[in-house]
Design a protein around this ligand. Structure first.
Ligand SMILES: [Zn+2]
Length: 507
C-alpha cells in the first residue's frame, strides 16, 4: 500500500516535531528549500526517525529486548510443558508478547524493515484477525492545457541541453515527470488509484490541441501510466472534443491496450450492462462514471457509442447491476458549476439518488474548485462517502482557487465476517504551482515550471512567486480570504472540508 493511515500521519508529525526537520540532514532532492512534509517523503523519513529513536532510546530498547527475549524463552519452556500462556504476564513482570507487539506498533523500537505495513494500517494502525485493508487514492481533473505541454517540451530540452522545439507537437520530446514528482509516491503506493483524464489522449496522428477542444499528447498519457494509476476516468465534458467519438475511442484504446481500466466509454447499448469491476484481495469494487454534459458536442451520425450522461434511468439500471456483482460501488461524477464553491441542485439530487441506490463512495469533480465533502447515511444502515468536487489536479487555469485541489484517500476494509466498509477517509490538499514567463505561441499563456505540491509542502515564498499573483493584479482574488497565500489556501480547505477529513496540521 501505503497511504499512511491517520495513525501514521500523527506519529510522523509528532516525531518530526520532536526531532526537527529531517530533510536538512537527508538532503532529499524533493525537499530543497521546502519545509518538512512528513506525509510525502515518508520512506526515508521513517527510516531516519526510527534510527534516531533507536539511538536515543537504546538503553530502554536493550532493556525491553532482554525482557521480551526472556519472556519468549519462558513462553517456549512453559508452552512445551503445557502451562497456559495466560500465566506469562505475571511471570515476566508484565512484558507479555502482547506488550511487545504494542511497542512495535509505535515504530520506535523496531528496525525499519519490521515496521508494520501502512496498508495494514487504518485508524488503529493494526489489522484485526481476518480483516483485509486496501488503500485507495483518487486524483481529480488532469487538464493538459498548451502551457503544460509546452513546459514539458522545455523541461525535456533542458534535460538534454537542446533547444526546445514547440512546433512539432506530435513527435516532440516531453518531460511530464517533474510535474508529478511530489505526488508520485502517494499514487504508486496506493493499492488502487484513480485519475480523471479530463483531456483525452486522442492520438498523436491528430492535431495536438488545447482549450476548448483538447487533444493531449500521448506522452502525457504515458506519464499517467508511469505514475501507476489503475483506473482512468473518461466520463466528462470533453468526451466528444473531436466533435465525434474518435478521440474517446482512441483514448480508451490507449489505456485498455495496456491492460488498464477505463471508465465511461461504452461501444454500444449492450456494453452499458458491462460493469467495470476491480477485484483486489478478494474484494470486488464496481466503478460507474457519469457526466452532466459534453459541452454541446454530439456523437456523429451512425455511431453506436453510448455516452453516460446523468440520467435516473441509466444510473438506476447500472447501480442495480453493480450492487449485484460487487461488494462496494464507487461512482465517478462529473457535475457542478465551474468556478463555484457552492454545490448545485443537480449535484444534490443526483447524489441523493446514488445514496438511495446504495453507492459507497462518490468521487466528484469538474467545478475546478473544491466543494463540500461528507458522510451520508443510507437507509440500509450503511453510509456513503460523498465528495462533490476535489478541484483540479493539474491544469493551466488562471485563478487562485483553480490551483487548489485534493487527493481523496481512504481504506477499503473487509472485516472477518465479510462486511466491507470505507474507513479513514482523508482529503489531501494539493497546489498546482507555475511561474509566469514568455508565451511561445498564440495558445500559450507562458506559464512554466508546473509542479503539483502537497499543500503541506507549499511555502509562502513559493506562493509569492506563483504566476497567479500577476493575474490577481487585474482580477479579483478567488481564495477564501482573498490573496494567494498559504494561509488562504489552508483557509479555503478548512472552509469546505470538515476537520474529520483533514490531517492534524490543518486542524
Ligand atoms: Zn470537466
Amino acid at each position: 500500500m501505503v497511504l499512511p493511515s491517520r495513525f501514521f500521519k500523527n506519529f510522523y508529525a509528532e516525531k518530526v516535531n520532536e526531532i526537527g526537520c529531517v530533510y536538512d540532514e537527508l538532503r532529499l532532492p524533493c525537499c530543497g528549500p521546502l519545509r518538512c512534509a512528513p506525509l510525502f517523503c515518508r520512506r526515508a523519513e521513517r527510516t531516519l526517525i526510527v534510527k534516531k529513536h533507536m539511538k536515543r532510546n537504546s538503553i530502554l530498547l536493550t532493556a525491553l529486548l532482554v525482557i521480551v527475549v526472556a519472556t519468549l524463552l519462558v513462553y517456549g519452556v512453559f508452552s512445551a510443558s503445557g502451562t497456559p500462556p495466560s500465566d506469562l504476564s505475571e511471570m515476566s513482570g508484565g512484558a507479555s508478547p502482547g506488550a511487545a507487539s504494542e511497542i512495535g506498533s509505535t515504530g520506535s523500537s523496531q528496525a525499519p524493515s519490521d515496521l508494520p505495513s501502512e496498508s495494514s494500517g487504518g485508524a488503529s494502525g493494526t489489522v484485526a484477525p481476518g480483516e483485509t485493508r486496501i488503500s485507495f487514492l483518487a486524483c481529480p481533473d488532469n487538464i493538459i492545457h498548451p502551457s503544460v505541454y509546452y513546459d514539458a517540451i522545455r523541461k525535456a530540452a533542458q534535460a538534454d541541453g537542446s533547444t526546445p522545439v514547440y512546433t512539432s507537437l506530435a513527435t516532440g520530446k516531453y518531460d511530464f515527470a517533474d510535474m508529478y514528482e511530489y505526488v508520485a509516491d502517494a499514487i504508486r503506493d496506493a493499492d488502487i488509484s484513480y485519475v480523471n483524464v479530463e483531456t483525452l489522449i486522442g492520438g498523436n496522428d491528430n492535431k495536438i490541441s488545447g482549450y476548448p477542444m483538447f487533444n493531449t499528447p500521448e506522452q502525457a498519457g504515458e506519464q499517467l501510466i508511469a505514475l501507476g494509476f489503475d483506473i482512468y476516468n473518461l466520463a466528462h465534458n470533453h468526451m466528444l472534443d473531436s466533435n465525434s467519438d474518435e478521440y474517446l475511442i482512441n483514448c480508451n484504446r490507449f489505456f485498455e491496450s495496456r491492460g488498464l481500466t477505463t471508465l465511461g466509454y461504452y461501444k454500444d447499448q449492450a456494453d452499458v450492462s458491462n460493469i467495470k469491476i476491480i477485484e483486489h484481495e478478494g474484494v470486488k469494487i464496481a466503478f460507474l462514471a457519469y457526466t452532466y454534459s459534453t459541452n454541446g458536442l454530439s456523437l456523429q451520425a451512425g455511431s453506436s457509442t453510448v455516452i453516460p450522461y446523468i440520467s435516473e434511468s441509466l444510473i438506476t439500471q447500472q447501480m442495480e447491476l453493480a450492487k449485484a456483482q460487487a461488494d462496494l460501488v464507487f461512482v465517478s461524477m462529473h457535475w457542478g458549476d465551474e468556478d463555484r464553491y457552492e454545490v448545485n441542485a443537480q449535484q444534490r439530487s443526483t447524489a441523493q439518488l446514488l445514496v438511495d441506490l446504495g453507492a459507497d463512495v462518490i468521487i466528484g469533480m469538474h467545478p475546478h474548485v473544491i466543494q463540500e465533502m461528507k458522510w451520508v447515511e443510507r437507509e440500509d444502515g450503511g453510509r456513503c462517502l460523498l465528495t462533490y468536487s476535489l478541484g483540479n489536479f493539474i491544469s493551466g487555469m488562471q485563478d487562485g482557487f483553480n490551483m487548489l485541489g485534493g487527493m481523496l484517500a481512504f481504506d477499503i476494509v473487509r472485516s472477518a465476517d465479510g462486511t466491507c466498509s470505507i474507513e479513514s477517509p482523508q482529503f489531501l490538499p494539493v497546489v498546482t504551482h507555475y511561474t509566469k514567463e514568455t508565451a511561445v505561441s498564440g495558445d500559450d499563456t507562458g506559464h512554466r515550471n508546473y509542479k503539483i505540491y502537497p499543500l503541506e509542502m507549499y511555502t509562502e515564498e513559493l506562493a509569492a512567486q506563483h504566476g497567479v499573483q500577476i493575474w490577481d493584479q487585474t482580477h479579483t482574488p478567488t481564495l477564501v480570504g482573498g490573496a494567494f497565500t498559504v494561509e488562504n489556501l489552508k483557509r479555503t480547505v478548512k472552509t469546505y472540508i470538515p476537520a474529520e477529513f483533514l490531517a492534524d496540521w490543518l486542524q
